[in-house]
Design a protein around this ligand. Sequence first.
Ligand SMILES: NC(=O)c1ccc[n+]([C@@H]2O[C@H](COP(=O)([O-])OP(=O)(O)OC[C@H]3O[C@@H](n4cnc5c(N)ncnc54)[C@H](O)[C@@H]3O)[C@@H](O)[C@H]2O)c1
Ligand SMILES: [Zn+2]
Ligand SMILES: [Zn+2]
Length: 338
Amino acid sequence: MSGPLSYRRVVVDAPEQLRVETATLPAEVPAGHARLRPTAIGICGSDLHVLGGHHPFVSYPVYPGHEVVGEVVAVGDGGTVEDGGADSWIGRVAVLEPSLACGTCRTCRRGKYHLCEDLRVMGFQAPGAMAELADVPLDRLHPLPAGMPAEHGALVEPLAVATHALRLTGDVAGRDVAVLGAGTIGLTCAVVAREDGANVLVVDTDDARRRIAAERFGFEVAAEVGEQAFDVVLECVGNEGALRSAIAAVVKAGTVMVIGVHGHDPAIQAGWVQDRELRLQGTLMYQTEDVQRAIDLLAGGRADAGAWIDARVPLEEAQRGYDLARAGGATLKVLLVP
Ligand SMILES: NC(=O)c1ccc[n+]([C@@H]2O[C@H](COP(=O)([O-])OP(=O)(O)OC[C@H]3O[C@@H](n4cnc5c(N)ncnc54)[C@H](O)[C@@H]3O)[C@@H](O)[C@H]2O)c1
Ligand SMILES: [Zn+2]
Ligand SMILES: [Zn+2]
């Protein structure tokens, strides 16, 4: 039996203190777990919040990495899968569904495990996989279909945010839909809404982001959303101004989806919500069926991962990757490559 295995991983010790360290894993993979060798890890706004010290739900040190694709290199005893036993996992390329739910609280019992009262998310409250290796529960892994470029798997997580949001929105076929915010999330939502048959306008205050939405994704774009013109507005920004313009922009009986994360409690036009019979619906993360649809959209070419990916940075240069992601503007998705 060989000894512990050393590997490199990213750790954020405190706000603005990121480093790449050497850590060890036991030779044996824990029961029910897979040993994943990540091949690409996306950096997103929430990772930047952790580094910047303004993520409300973490305590340091934080081991980031929730947008992860990798190869399964080993499986622990007791790991079982329906299709042929744990060994069938070895060598498979899979993506991580990073939520860890208790399984017993009221929301878990109602099937909404992504809203677990004790939810921990790998990369935030539990160790993530911005690393050369990570042991993760087998039931949190979703294999990619053969033939799908592995790197595209890094887009599954942000795309699953969108497939979940559109599932909660309901039927948008033939509807006028505005998406506020042309960041990674706004554009995943816009792509899924278009796929679902909506007439989509993408709105962003930033020129570079509008250009990306138009040139890479082929969307109609605008700098402002206007008033009472849309059946549905998907708010993918997370500030008061954007949410207020979303509420102003929907027609009577229209729907505002709150996808942006609001750190500060926004003051909103509750009078219009009431008088116009508006629906204000929040969304958080995704469930397995949303992850599966995201995989299907990417694998079938209905969503083009390459349109999001702007930079690939070696894991050892994680700080540079975070700096690039932080610059925003003409850069959408930065991947770290171990
Ligand atoms: N609900 C979820 O589960 C979930 C998951 C992931 C991310 N998010 C949230 O989604 C939001 C978007 O994430 P992202 O990574 O795409 O962020 P991002 O910062 O890359 O994109 C936000 C975009 O909004 C634009 N913007 C700013 N103010 C605007 C306004 N008033 N009108 C229109 N556009 C405006 C910015 O120019 C930027 O392009 C964030 O709040 C993020 O925390 C939510
Ligand atoms: Zn993310
Ligand atoms: Zn629970």
